[in-house]
Design a protein around this ligand. Structure first.
Ligand SMILES: Cc1ncc(COP(=O)(O)O)c(C=O)c1O
Length: 328
């Protein structure tokens, strides 16, 4: 089956969805994007898109900040994304990427007097981190871009140079993931994840004033913790040394799901195993994203009408795309 994208207002073969090298967003990072997971439920033969509406609402907010006009309201973009995934006939976990960007082919750094475009593609996407193994993390020398430099609640393509510098520094030092501090040396987030510590039986996570991307997984986990486990989350500035002595630490993100952090800066977190609260939250979260938790079914958009007979063959990753490059 051919892979499709939505590009220039129509569905086209993914291989044909291409931009020119003069494109403004390619030169200056003037785009916004989202990352949405589709989670395959084999028992139901259904693919559930997780918190689709929230992702497109965040995209709309990012676009307001970047002065990008989306072609349709968020609810219509949700329907478009569902349609695209259905056309691709996936029977596995997928990653959906909406992208809104300054498309004019001109030289000149600015946001005004430029054309906007919207594109959408979807690819098969399995695990981003080895969740069962947990993560070895280090704080990196690169600080998170302050909100006053680039608004951090917007998911701006250009801001991801910051994450790329951080993740590669961690990788080159032999770690799985980076922990970025703010310009004030407080804990911010991972390269593509929010971070939580378990301290005295409560969750503690940096609040939005700490230059974080306000994650949708973060919000989901806060609600699951409160409603299903009776655990409160405190959003406040978090010092690096608090991570060293926390009982448990974990990261959350669309790509990362709920991933335990078992070592930070050569110090074992807790007793070095996945902690009980992290484990419970991860179990709840994985059940929820696959549509198994009926209470949260409104977080899951089914791609296929019930009773649809799907083609047996699983899709392959389209040539030229490395799924590991797509996560965030
Ligand atoms: C820098 C950054 N922080 C946090 C997150 C987690 O956000 P979400 O849970 O909405 O995917 C992401 C991923 O989107 C990210 O790129």
């Amino acid at each position: 089956m051919e892979a499709y994208a939505f590009f220039r207002n129509e569905f086209v073969p993914l291989a044909e969805a291409k931009v020119g090298i003069v494109t403004h967003a390619l030169n200056y990072g003037t785009g916004c994007f989202e990352g949405i997971r589709g989670n395959w439920n084999a028992d139901e033969e259904q693919l559930y898109l997780f918190r689709l509406a929230e992702h497109f609402e965040r995209l709309a907010r990012s676009c307001r900040i970047l002065k990008i006009q989306l072609p349709r309201p968020p609810e219509e973009l949700c329907a478009l994304a569902t349609d695209l995934v259905r056309r691709n006939g996936f029977r596995e976990d997928v990653y959906v990427r909406p992208l809104a960007y300054k498309s004019s082919e001109v030289i000149g750094v600015r946001l005004h007097d430029l054309e906007d475009e919207f594109a959408l593609f979807a690819v098969p996407f399995g695990a981003y981190h080895e969740i069962d193994k947990g993560l070895r993390c280090c704080t990196v020398s690169w600080r998170k871009v302050p909100d006053l430099a680039i608004p951090t609640r917007a998911k701006v393509t250009g801001i991801y140079v910051n994450s790329a510098l951080a993740r590669t520094e961690a990788h080159e030092h032999g770690f799985d993931e980076a922990i970025m501090l703010t310009a004030n040396d407080m804990v911010c987030e991972g390269s593509g994840e929010n971070i939580f510590a378990v301290i005295n039986g409560e969750l503690v996570t940096p609040d939005p004033s700490q230059d974080i991307l306000v994650g949708i997984t973060r919000a989901s986990v806060i609600r699951l913790a409160r409603e299903e486990l009776g655990i409160r989350t405190v959003e406040r500035p978090l010092a690096r040394n608090e991570l060293y002595v926390a009982d448990e630490v974990f990261m959350t993100g669309t790509a990362a799901h709920v991933t335990p952090v078992l070592e930070i800066d050569y110090r074992t977190v807790g007793d070095g195993d996945v902690g009980p609260i992290t484990q419970k939250l991860a179990d709840l979260y994985f059940g929820t994203i696959c549509g198994r938790n009926k209470k949260y079914l409104d977080w899951c958009t089914p791609v296929y009408p019930p009773g649809t007979r799907l083609p047996a063959k699983e899709r392959e990753v389209p040539v030229g795309i490395q799924v590991s490059d797509l996560a965030d």
